[in-house]
Ligand binder design. Sequence first.
Ligand code: MLT
Length: 265
Amino acid sequence: MSRFQASDGITLAYRIQGRQEGDPLLLLHGFPLSSALWDRVLAPLAAYGPVVTPDLRGFGASDAPAGPYTMERLADDLVELLDTLGIERAWVAGHSMGGYVALALAEKHAHRVAGLGLLHSHPYADTPEQRARRYALGGSIYSDRAVFDETTPRNQIGDPDGRPDLVAAARALVRQAHGRAIVAASVGMALRPDRSAVWRSFAGPTLHVSGSADGIIPPARAAQVQAERPHGLHVELATGHLGMLEDPPALVTALLQWWRPGTHG
Ligand code: MLT
């Protein structure tokens, strides 16, 4: 794990692996996980070019300062990471919350994003009910942490009873999350605007990955995301919300259909 200091003084962690030539792939984990989410897909992807997997502010080995962690702040952290690494442009694929960050990055710093990938994610703002649930989590996360740690991974895996090993793998990641980061990122997600125009108008290649058994981004919602971008690449996996854990080879294949490490300009 490598580290750098962000402009507000906190330390952020990341890994970079793979061949050194070509436009890197930047993979952004979802909530409330860490870069370890990508462990099952990293090696096959790194054979094709550089792969950068940060721990977003608050998660994994990164510091967890006070929030909220807006999607814009998380995107700015990534620009600082790219600057630190001397990377001009990256292919940016975000899982769920990581997709919200990828969209903020594409909106604020379009010239740094060669390609845009939404993995089990979407460009829409929260409904009032979702926003209320996120704010309520701030009140319950410390008293009901065990419930959160149990229900979150079960909701993420498509077949939780059939794949207790995957539930356990996701639970191990969820348990590592700092309570402060869970609240700060939840509030950050509640504050995010609709970015469907960013998704529709992005100038480069796009990838949208959905899961046929995803209860968090259900197929009807995924179809809406797809309809906004009919000429982009869409891949439906036979998984729940965590394709990178539930079917790593299928996710690798999808990413390799989109990512062009050798493409410049
Ligand atoms: C995630 O997996 O990152 C979250 O479920 C996204 C969300 O809560 O909207």
